[in-house]
Each structure stands twice: as C-alpha cells, then as structure tokens.
Write a protein that binds this ligand. Structure first.
Ligand SMILES: C[S@@+](CC[C@H](N)C(=O)[O-])C[C@H]1O[C@@H](n2cnc3c(N)ncnc32)[C@H](O)[C@@H]1O
Ligand SMILES: O=c1cc(-c2ccc(O)cc2)oc2c(O)c(O)ccc12
Length: 369
C-alpha cells in the first residue's frame, strides 16, 4: 500500500484525522446533552406518556418553524448516541380518516435518568452543575494558566479560593453543588439491594463528607435500626434537620470524626491528594477504634471509582480516566487504581480490604484496620 507522511499509509492517516476531529467535536456532545436537559425534553416525552413525534415536540417547545429541522437534526444525533429510541407509530389523521405511519422519539435508560421531579433517580443536576454553573464550567477554559501555576488547583485559580471556601461564600453555587452530589447519591438506591451485607450488623455509621444527607437518608430508611450521622463542614449541615435515626454534625474531617462502628466515604477521597487521604483515613481509623463495640474491628466503606483497564469495558475506563483528569486539575485529587488505593490504605494503617462492583463506575471498598 502507498505511504504518505512519516511512512503512514493513507488509510492510517485518515483514521487518525477522524480521531482528531472526533475529539475536537467532543465539546458538541456536551452541548447537545446540555440542550436536552435545558429544554427538559426527557420530561416532555415522559409527560406525553408515549413516544413523541417531531411535530408534537416542537409544538410543546414552541420552536419557531425555521428551527423545526434543526430540532430533528439534534434529536436524531442524540438518538444515534443512545439518548432516544426512534420508533414507528400509527397516527390517526382525522383529516383523511387514514392511519399514517410516523417516526417518534421514545425514552431510553439514559434519557430516563434525565427526567426531573419524579420519584425515580435523576442525574440532571450533575449535568447542570458540570455544564451550566458558569463559575465551575468556565474554569475548564483556564487549563493553560493552570499548567504554568506552581501548585494551585484550577478551581483555586479561577474561583480565587479553595472550592469549599468559595461554596461557603456563594450559597447559590453551594446549592447547585449539593443538589448535584445528592442526585448522584440517588443512584445508590439501585445498588444497595445487592450490597446490604456491607451494612448488616452495624449499630452506628458516620457518612463523612455526606453533603446534604441524601446517601445517609437512603441508608437510614433501608436500615431503620442503624443510627446514621452525616458529618460535613458546619456551613453545609447548619440548617439540616435529622429524623429518627438520622442526624447531622458539623466539623472538619482533618481534625476529628465522630466515633462509630463504620465510616462511609462517598466521592470524598477522590477530591484529595494521597497525603490528605491518609490524614482522613487515619482519623476514620481513630473514629472506628474509639467505638467501644469495635475492639479494633470497625470498618471504612468507600464508594469511589477503581481504575481497572484490564477488566472494565473501554467506555467505563474512558469515563474513569476523564473523571481522573477532572479531579486532578480542578482539586488536585485523583481517581485511583487498585494498587494506588492499596498503597494509601497501607500507609494509613489498614491491612485488609475488599473491592466489590457497585454502580457502573463506582466500586464498594470495605477497608479494615
Ligand atoms: C464531592 S462531595 C461528596 C458529597 C457526598 N458524599 C456525595 O457523594 O453526595 C465532598 C463533600 O466533602 C465535604 N468536605 C470538604 N471538606 C471537608 C472537611 N474538611 N470536613 C468535612 N467535610 C468536608 C464537602 O462539603 C462535600 O459535601
Ligand atoms: O464535577 C464533579 C463531578 C463529580 C462526580 C459526580 C458523580 C460521580 O458519580 C462521580 C463524580 O464529583 C465532583 C466532586 O467530587 C467535586 O468535589 C467537584 C466536582 C465534581
């Protein structure tokens, strides 16, 4: 086969060109996702009660006639990407008394997760935080500045202070952030039924960095005999009210953590460097050891990603790598491989751990002193 530049075949170069363009256009994937969330298209189809035709959709959205074809284009692209199914429906057209076949858009598992305001889990708030919050999403445009900065995480450069201080001073951003994390926590409902063993036999649990208590509330409802404490920064928990077996305590996990049989850490350690994680984990160890019931038998339950290129589907690895880059730049945190987790557990004084699959991208890690 004929070769062109650098000894590559033309076919290799064309594939490479497509790869470059695919990444360049990636930003439009985010924007199309933002479009279906902003326009509440999943809710519109859900409220419609059946697959929706283009003319019905543009009518609900009051799209000007000049943009009807554009709407079709966007809907087909998102259908191609798995956000909608395209189905054929039989439409009774009153004018000619004939049944007409029409194409309609139906919800898929992905767009169902973007329906807001029903009892089912919705991750729209995560999308909104990531793509809509101007302070957070515009940070990504300052990557070049971050590369030449000595040691400040991106958020500290763009927000002028550490994320948690910024959120403390900006209540609107704090609610957007807490709503996003809470909506992600709703997904654990689906995973808990297969993992109830991890919580059985416990009398007390502290959800460290538990935000507005969504995860702890789900656990407290599933295990009514388990006393659940949500421990987070004072400004995060100050106006939150507990219930029977759920309470809120304000404090700093770098200083000390309330004692309990078990400590839960969901998406907390990925915000921090190894050294900071070791400090948090040592405080967790003190907290479970201080529980009189434990006699050095307490445990830490971690819900986080574990990078595992060999075993995971390529799409899941890609997600974990992107999460890793995001955590690395915005907070100088990281997503970790099994070896990296093991190393921080060991330095923090934990010698036994077990990793089980939890959701698609998060694992459940039980760690024992
Ligand atoms: C990424 S959020 C995770 C929230 C929750 N675990 C979830 O998954 O929905 C990290 C949490 O850590 C809390 N946090 C940050 N620094 C903290 C500290 N020094 N002590 C206690 N909590 C802290 C934040 O306020 C935030 O709620
Ligand atoms: O922008 C994010 C996103 C996440 C996130 C949300 C849901 C998941 O299942 C995984 C990761 O977490 C974040 C986070 O912990 C943070 O402190 C800032 C931003 C984000």
């Amino acid at each position: 086969m004929a070769s062109n530049n650098n000894g590559r075949t033309a076919s290799e170069s064309f594939k490479a060109q497509a790869l470059v363009y695919r990444h360049m256009y990636g930003i439009l994937d985010s924007m199309c996702l933002k479009w279906i969330v902003d326009f509440r298209i999943p809710n519109i189809i859900h409220n419609h009660g059946k697959p929706i035709t283009l003319s019905e959709l543009v009518s609900v959205l009051k799209i000007p006639s000049a943009k009807v074809d554009s709407t079709d284009l966007f809907m087909h692209y998102m259908a191609h990407n798995g956000f909608f199914d395209i189905v054929t429906i039989h439409d009774d057209d009153d004018s000619n008394q004939e049944e007409e076949e029409k194409e309609a858009f139906a919800l898929t598992a992905a767009s169902e997760l973007l329906i807001k305001g029903t009892e089912n889990p919705s991750i729209s708030p995560v999308v909104e935080m990531f793509l809509d919050d101007p302070t957070l999403s515009s940070s990504m445009h300052h990557l070049n500045k971050w590369f030449y900065d000595e040691n400040r995480p991106l958020y500290e450069i763009t927000l002028g202070k550490p994320l948690w201080e910024f959120l403390d001073k900006n209540p609107t951003n704090l609610s957007l952030f807490n709503d996003a994390m809470a909506s992600d926590s709703q997904m654990i409902k689906l995973a808990l039924k297969d993992h109830h063993m991890a919580f059985e036999g416990l009398e007390t649990i502290v959800d460290v960095g538990g935000g507005n208590g969504t995860t702890a509330q789900i656990i407290s409802e599933k295990f009514p005999a388990l006393k659940c404490i949500v421990f987070d920064l004072p400004q995060v928990v100050k106006n939150l009210k507990g219930s029977n077996n759920l309470s809120f305590v304000g404090g700093d996990m770098f200083k000390s953590i309330p004692k309990a049989d078990a400590i839960l850490l969901k998406l907390v350690l990925h915000n921090w460097s190894d050294d900071n994680c070791i400090k948090i984990l040592r405080n967790c160890k003190d907290a479970v050891n201080a529980s009189s019931k434990n006699k050095n038998k307490g445990k830490i339950i971690i819900l986080e990603a574990v990078i595992n290129e060999e075993q995971d589907e390529p799409e899941i690895t890609r997600l974990k790598f992107l999460m890793n880059i995001s955590m690395h730049i915005i907070l100088h945190g990281k997503e970790r491989t099994k070896k990296e987790w093991e190393s921080i557990f060991c330095v923090a004084g934990f010698y036994n751990y077990k990793i089980s699959p939890f959701t698609g991208h998060l694992s459940l890690i039980e760690v024992y002193p």
